[in-house]
Write a protein that binds this ligand. Structure first.
Ligand code: COA
Length: 162
């Protein structure tokens, strides 16, 4: 069974493992340890039998949330878990007062693009040569009605961050 909960410092190694399986320039365990201890960060992990199989995280500054990343172990992709992870993170961010959420995505990442569009994000622009590993552009997306979409979000839901 998959369980969703807020990231803790003890998850840092598990999240870094997911990150290594997913990205060309992965964040380290220390990076995620810092994220777990940041009052601005809001991360959700997906766990199976106590092992981290995916995560989604954002930084919240006043009413705005900036998505840092989302990833799943390869074996857990394409099963609807990405959508559930994003929804858990969006609900937790709304509960902490975020009204809007923004993110960048590679035009070549069809699964992620489709996921964000399905969740109500709209493309508003392009950041030229944003990704340093291959100079790929980034599509900039916003969701501007987070609180409306997650009106059921109770304050402190997800026990994310501070
Ligand atoms: C991006 C990622 C988190 C998506 O999670 P996922 O669990 O695989 O996606 P889901 O199964 O929830 O699918 C979400 C939607 O995308 C669709 N989708 C999945 N793979 C797709 C593909 N290759 N092309 C187009 N659409 C795709 C699904 O059909 C679903 O659409 P639906 O809700 O209309 O049925 C996951 O694939 C991943 O970890 N990728 C590697 C890391 C990454 O690229 N992160 C994003 C950085 S911006």
């Amino acid at each position: 069974m998959i369980v969703f909960r807020a990231l803790t410092a003890a998850d840092a190694a598990g999240v870094a493992h997911v990150e290594r399986e997913s990205f060309p320039t992965p964040w380290s365990r220390e990076d995620f340890w810092r994220e777990a201890n940041s009052e601005f960060a809001c991360y959700i992990v997906a766990c199976e039998d106590d092992a981290v199989v995916g995560f989604a995280g954002c930084w919240i500054s006043f009413e705005e949330a900036q998505v840092m990343n989302i990833a799943l172990l390869r074996a857990h992709r394409g099963l609807g878990l990405g959508r559930r992870l994003m929804e858990e993170m969006m609900r937790a961010a709304a509960a902490r007062g975020a009204e809007r959420m923004t993110l960048e995505v590679r035009p070549s990442n069809a699964a992620a693009l489709h996921l964000y569009e399905r969740l109500g994000f709209s493309a508003v622009g392009v950041r030229k040569k944003y990704y340093q590993d291959n100079d790929e552009d980034a599509i900039l997306m916003w969701h501007t009605k987070l609180r409306e979409a997650y009106a059921d979000a109770a304050p402190d839901a997800g026990e994310c961050g501070s």
